[in-house]
Design a protein around this ligand. Sequence first.
Ligand code: DGP
Length: 114
Amino acid sequence: MTDCIFCKIAAGEIPATKVLETDDVVVFRDLNPQAPTHLLAIPRRHIATINDLQDDDAGLVGKLYLAARQVAADEGIADSGYRTVMNCREGAGQTVFHIHLHILGGRPMAWPPG
Ligand code: DGP
């Protein structure tokens, strides 16, 4: 999608600090980190929200979590623990309409979330 900032990051058209790239998934550091480690895992293909996922996307969503597992290990937060969050639409706080899995760690996480 031409006007999507995360499509542009995936394509290398705007800069981001990428920590993992595969054929299907890119993981990069969040511009406005909410924890010592705050990464975003995105599919290269544009999907606006969780509501737009199709049955055929099950494998792709799994790849986002496998990428999270990998980068959590790389960042040294796998054992201490980390949170994965995917916000869906405005009411949940989604501001970028290209699905992304937040990966947050390096500090204690409260529950319930705000
Ligand atoms: P959400 O609120 O769930 O849609 O999260 C969007 C996140 O994306 C937010 O934590 C800030 C981050 N973000 C927005 N624009 C950029 C950008 O241009 N570069 C990077 N690295 N992160 C961005």
